[in-house]
Structures are given as C-alpha cells and as structure tokens.
Design a protein. Structure first.
Length: 362
C-alpha cells in the first residue's frame, strides 16, 4: 500500500482540519471542517453615543416584534416619526454617563468580550483547538449573522448558541435564537445548531449570585435591611400569554433567598424599565424602593439577577434613577450589587452549562 493510501488512524478522524473533503477530486479546494463553535449572545450595544448611532440601534431594537409586538401600521409611524426623533438624545446621554471612554465602547461590550475570553481560554485548555468561542449581539455589532458566518468559515460544523439570559423571555432569549435561525435560513450549508435553555435554577449560577450578595453585605459599612432583586420588566400580557419569564424570576429570588438562609421579607422581587402605556408585571423597582424608604427601611441593596453583565439598565437606571428615588423618599444608604460579569465563579457557572450542552459533540 502506498504512503498516500495509508488509512487515517481512528483518532485522526476526530481532529479538525482544513483539507480536501473525503473522496473529492485532487483539485478540490481545501475546506475547513471538524470544529465546534460556541457563541455567547447578549442583547446589544450602540456603536457610539451620538444621535444617529443611537437612532440606528434603537430603531433595530424597538422594531423587533419580540420586543414590541404592535402591528407595523400602528407602531412604525409612532416609532420613526415621534419616538426616534427624541429618544436618541436621552438614551445617548445615559450611555455617555457609563461609556468606556478608554476603549470607546459600552460596558456591556467590554464585559461580554472579557467573558468570552475567559470561557475560550478554559475550553481551549480542555478541548484544544476543536472548540472555537466567539460572541455576538442581537442588536448592533458584532452581529449574530457575521459571527455565525465566520465560525462556519472556520470549519465549525456544529454551533452551540448561548443567549446570556438566566431567565427565558420572548424579548430576550427567543429573539436571540430567532436571529441565529434567520442566518441559518440564508445559508446553503447549515451547521448543526443547538440553543442553550434558561439556566435560572442552575446550582453554579445561584452559588455565584449568592456569593456576590454575601460579599457586598460584608463590605457594606451599614448592613442593608432588605435586598431587592430587580429584573427587567415585561408587559403583564406576556405572562398571561404563556411567557415563563415572570415565574422564573420569582423562582430565582426564592432560590437565592434559600441559599442565603434569609427570611422572606429580607429578599424581595421587583421589575424595572417599563416602557409604553400597557400594564407591566410589578411591583416597579423605582416605586418599590421609594415605598421601602417610606416604611422606614433606611438601608437597602439591589441586585440584578436577570443581567449577565452590567449595562445601561443597571449602571444608569439602577445606580442613578432608582437610587435617587430611594434617597429622595428618605432612604440613607443604597448598595448596588454588580452583575456577575466576568467573576470567576460566574465563568465557572457558564462553563458548566456549556459543557452539559456540548454533550456528544466534544
């Protein structure tokens, strides 16, 4: 048997390589193949804080039917002619207050990149170059489409798509998955795709969340009397139509409280970021913290279990608007507990989820 005809060892079949596909003609171009991709997907970020950058970002975000599901004939004239003529100025101001000026990007982008770097380093150590890790944004850049296409070009025949939302919701997890599948709809050769389910009750996630709370309480000069778990809100109609988000948020709070060993009044649930005239799930965080102050609770802490990384909703809304509401109502000390971001225990939790979902692929 000639050297060129020597069969590949069994282990060779498992290695990613760029070469001719089996049984292809000798002049067939090399094809990258055999790898597994992991994509961390987050909400999104504007490219800059100026009016037109904010308008592009907000237009994409608020035109998503998963976010605002009103008929186009009713919603788009209101959005394009009225809301987007004013809101980019206000949103741009909010982003400028938290902008990472050193890297000229939003904190969400900075943190998601760092999370991806840490996850990639660990997966490379475990699996070598068989696993390729990247991240994308549902709105803005890097886009879901560009990242999935790049991974396919690098030879990823299987891709694990991981929306970084602990609790499932239509306007977050579902729309991220929608966007991934839109890319697949345009590809002549689709990679196999798995999506990661909600991980709101994953033990490692809850352990990391509880640790972040304990650390903040230990560091506080005055121990908080109440911990408010503030989640991004959704219209109440979504709950009535079957979206499990509200229930999963309530369960996250309960499981966190049980891990901390505290009584029911010590950890309370509220929802922030209401938009539009509809009734939303409540209580509203901004009103709830003010009511706590009026009830005599002078020292509180706020944690954001639904956000995997600090962003405008936490760094600006909680740290400014919600903090001000509490202090103006008579509160004295307000402790914001940062999101889990790139903490080592959070990265360990994400890796635990990823390894479970990669079962049979690596």
């Amino acid at each position: 048997m000639a050297a060129s005809e020597t069969p590949l060892a069994a282990s060779d079949h498992d290695q990613p390589r760029a070469d001719r596909p089996p049984h292809a003609p000798a002049d067939h171009p090399a094809v990258a193949r055999g790898k597994v991709g992991v994509v961390l997907a987050n909400l999104g970020t504007p490219d800059a804080t100026d009016y037109w950058s904010m308008r592009r970002y907000l237009s994409e975000f608020l035109s998503d039917k998963r976010v605002v599901d009103y008929p186009d004939w009713k919603w788009q004239p209101l959005l394009q002619l009225i809301i987007l003529s004013r809101r980019p100025f206000k949103s741009g101001e909010a982003y400028r207050g938290i902008w990472n000026t050193e890297k000229n990007e939003s904190p969400l982008l900075t943190t998601t990149r760092e999370q991806t770097r840490k996850v990639a380093e660990e997966l490379t150590e475990r699996h070598g170059d068989k696993v390729v890790v990247d991240f994308c944004m549902r709105y803005g850049n890097p886009s879901t489409d560009s990242v999935l296409r790049r991974l396919q070009a690098e030879g990823c025949e299987r891709i694990l798509f991981f929306p970084l939302y602990p609790q499932y919701a239509g306007p977050t997890t579902a729309t991220a998955n929608d966007q991934a599948f839109r890319t697949l709809m345009k590809l002549k050769w689709q990679p196999s795709l798995r999506t990661v389910p909600a991980y709101f009750e994953h033990p490692a996630y809850l352990d990391a969340l509880a640790s972040s709370v304990r650390e903040a309480y230990e560091a506080a000069e005055t121990p908080p009397e109440v911990l408010v778990a503030s989640y991004h809100g959704v219209p109440k109609r979504y709950l009535l139509e079957g979206d499990p988000y509200h229930c999963q948020c309530q369960k996250t709070t309960r499981l966190l409280r049980e891990r901390l060993g505290w009584d029911e009044q010590a950890v309370q649930t509220a929802f922030q970021s209401k938009f539009g005239p509809e009734e939303w799930v409540g209580p509203a965080t901004v009103e709830h913290v003010a009511e706590l102050a009026r009830q005599g609770k002078k020292h509180i802490a706020v944690v954001s279990p639904a956000f995997s990384a600090d962003c405008v909703e936490t760094l600006e809304e909680i740290e400014e608007e919600i903090r001000d509401a509490f202090l103006e109502a008579g509160g004295e000390t307000f402790t914001y507990i940062p999101c889990l971001n790139a903490r080592d225990d959070h990265i360990a939790a994400l890796l635990s989820v990823i390894e479970n979902e990669l079962g049979g692929w690596v």
